[in-house]
Design a protein around this ligand. Structure first.
Ligand SMILES: Cc1ncc(C[n+]2csc(CCOP(=O)(O)OP(=O)(O)O)c2C)c(N)n1
Ligand SMILES: [Mg+2]
Length: 615
């Protein structure tokens, strides 16, 4: 066996550079690059190794470890999980800064390879700078925080351990069902230690996405269940996009006279004006999709985790006899709430289900209801996004302006605040993947960093990041990275002076406005933050606009710009779209000195009575 003597870090770099993927007949590097922030825990080992492969595997420097991992995660999502990135950090704070991002990837089932540095395996210099020192357990380090948010975690304390560890990592990262973050914690001394690795370990490897076909008996049972349905309804989740099943979904819906409600992750599975697309479903659903979901007797859940925003905290589907068909590549999801599982890739699953349903169509009365609900919804929704003379525009009116100046191939990126709900209801998605919402973890601070990753994955598409003032303040530093790397974004920053959506939720649960909007928060001086000046200081073009007309002008200018632009607009913190939507389970205090809370609790208990447990 021929071997090659490399450090453990050099072996990792070489191995990653040898991993390829085939997309539309083209062989591409599986890892588009490595995000890195160096410290003593990785600069000598991983730093030296990445420098050695920089022509084949580029290294990108970021400003915050969480931000760089968000960029990597967004890249993978915008690449339908077929390409990905790795992230390396120092030990201690650099590593734990990435834990939140690991959770984002874990919830959203997205591949990312996290390579935090770790303490010395030989323990000779203990305790090193940033070592947390457990009194009771010598095997614990700060990186153990990654365990619950990694699909696979390993600590590498000998150089040859990476041979099985990297192979296992690749299995997880490229498996559609198991897919999620992998953390390999790399002991600092081991990174620099040499070993005679087999040359074969570094041979080029091309991975192709695995498409799991349905089990015969599950397919027959699911098809029989659907054939009996009088009011079937499809819920399309992120799995549709991950699998590239948009055409299969459209075909399935058309052939069988079915309507589709899209989850946050599934939005843009169908073009917004496809006749079968009733738009968003659930807590932030359209009146149209929810009307059908409420009556549905068979819910065909495709590639969705069925999280509470989709199921209205399990109170949305009201037919007492309704069944769910869980078409999902992961059995964990396919069997939720007593669903009839159909474990399969979304695309081949829909194709085979369609064959099994040959000749069957949903009853015409039900189809007619879907079409008329859709027409009603769009009439009702238009008045929320149209401009008015109001002093401060609502989020929906800003969305209307962005929509009017956008093209169908644009990608809108968002994650937290009031915007996700408004975008879910109102955004008219064009091409697939044009709606990029991180609403699994809804992590404030994802937006700008995520936008950078989306732009890297889709260089030919305009990327529009929509972000609230709160989320922007939480993490904005990758705006400088977007300028530095020439990854142009248009950022629309909606400044309502605080955490608008949580203030509204607080009021809805009977609470006094408290600690959310800046004005209701302990302060000596009310901050007047000049967001445009801030963004300009990071190198972006920046402008503060006054009203919807100026916003549209600025958006048009930003399209032509070659560097990131931040457009700041003041918005109304109290306005939101009351049409559509559904109850969401947010626990209201059982006892309170506030009459408003007691009233909200009564309503809450009434709503709880409609919640379905288990079925
Ligand atoms: C990291 C993180 N911390 C806290 C929350 C809870 N949270 C959700 S939305 C929100 C407020 C967001 O404020 P902003 O971005 O200004 O949007 P707005 O609500 O004003 O629309 C908070 C605190 C969260 N989702 N993520
Ligand atoms: Mg805000």
């Amino acid at each position: 066996m021929s071997t090659i003597r490399l450090t453990m870090a050099q072996a990792i770099a070489r191995f990653l550079a040898a991993q390829k993927t085939e997309i539309d007949g083209e062989i591409l590097p599986l890892f588009a690059g490595v995000w890195a922030i160096f410290g003593h825990g990785n600069v000598a080992g991983m730093g030296e190794a990445l420098h050695g492969v920089r022509d084949r595997l580029p290294t990108y420097r970021a400003h915050n470890e969480q931000g760089m991992a968000h960029a990597a995660i967004a890249f993978a999502k915008a690449s339908r999980r077929q390409r990905m990135m790795a992230c390396t950090t120092s030990i201690g704070p650099g590593a734990t800064n990435m834990v939140t991002a690991a959770a984002v990837a874990h919830v959203n089932r997205l591949p990312v390879l996290l390579l935090p540095g770790d303490v010395f395996a030989n323990r000779r210099p203990d305790p090193v700078l940033q070592q947390i020192e457990s009194f009771s357990d010598g095997t614990v380090s700060a990186n153990d925080c990654f365990r619950p948010v990694s699909r696979y975690f390993d600590r590498i304390a000998r150089p040859e351990q990476i041979i099985p560890a990297l192979q296992r990592a690749m299995t997880v990262l490229t498996d559609p069902a198991e897919c999620g973050p992998v953390t390999l914690a790399l002991c600092q001394d081991t990174q620099a230690e040499a070993y005679d690795y087999p040359e074969s370990f570094f041979a080029e490897k091309v991975s192709t996405p695995r498409r799991i076909r349905p089990d015969r008996s599950e397919l027959e049972t699911a098809a029989a269940l659907i054939r009996k349905a009088k009011k079937p309804f499809i819920v399309a989740g992120g799995g549709v996009l991950y699998s590239g099943a948009e055409a299969a979904l459209a075909d399935f819906a058309e052939k069988h006279g079915l309507f589709v409600g899209e989850t946050q992750a599934g939005k843009s599975s169908l073009h917004h004006d496809h006749p079968a697309n009733l738009g968003s479903v659930g807590v932030t659903g359209t009146g149209a999709a929810n009307a059908l979901a409420e009556e549905a007797d068979v819910v065909i859940a495709v590639g969705t985790r069925l999280q509470d925003f989709t199921t209205g905290s399990w109170a949305l589907f009201k037919d007492p006899n309704r069944r769910i068909v869980g078409l999902n590549v992961q059995a964990f999801d396919a069997t939720k709430h007593n669903a009839q599982p159909l474990v399969a890739d979304a695309r081949v699953g829909l194709e085979e289900l369609s064959e099994a349903l040959a000749g069957w169509k949903a009853p015409e009365a039900w189809t007619a209801k879907g079409s008329s609900e859709k027409t009603h919804w769009f009439e009702a929704a238009a008045r929320y996004t149209d401009p008015t003379n109001a002093e401060l525009p609502s989020d929906a009116q800003v969305i209307g302006a962005v929509q009017r100046t956008s093209s169908p191939t644009d990608v809108v990126v968002c994650a937290a605040g009031g915007l996700p709900g408004e975008l879910h209801k109102h955004w008219k998605a064009g091409a697939a993947l044009g709606y990029h919402m991180e609403y699994g973890y809804s992590c404030m601070g994802y937006e700008i960093a995520g936008g950078v990753g989306v732009k890297m994955a889709c260089p030919d598409r305009e990327v529009i990041v929509m972000v609230g003032d709160g989320s922007y303040l939480m993490m904005n530093s990758e705006l400088a990275t977007s300028v530095m790397l020439g990854q142009k974004l248009t950022v629309v920053l909606l400044d309502n002076c605080g955490y608008g959506c949580i203030n509204r939720l607080q009021q809805a649960t009977g609470g006094e406005s408290f600690n959310n909007l800046l004005q209701h928060t302990n302060h000596v001086t009310l901050p007047e933050i000049d967001f445009a000046a801030h963004a300009a200081s990071l190198g972006a073009q920046a402008i503060k606009v006054n009203g919807i007309g100026e916003l549209e002008d600025a958006l048009k200018k930003a399209r032509g710009a070659d560097r990131s632009t931040v457009i700041v607009i003041d918005t109304d913190p109290l306005a939101s779209t009351d049409a559509g939507g559904h109850w969401w389970d947010v626990a209201v205090p059982e006892v309170s000195v506030r009459a408003e809370v007691n009233a909200a609790r009564k309503e809450y208990e009434n709503a709880l009575a409609t919640q379905r447990v288990g079925d």
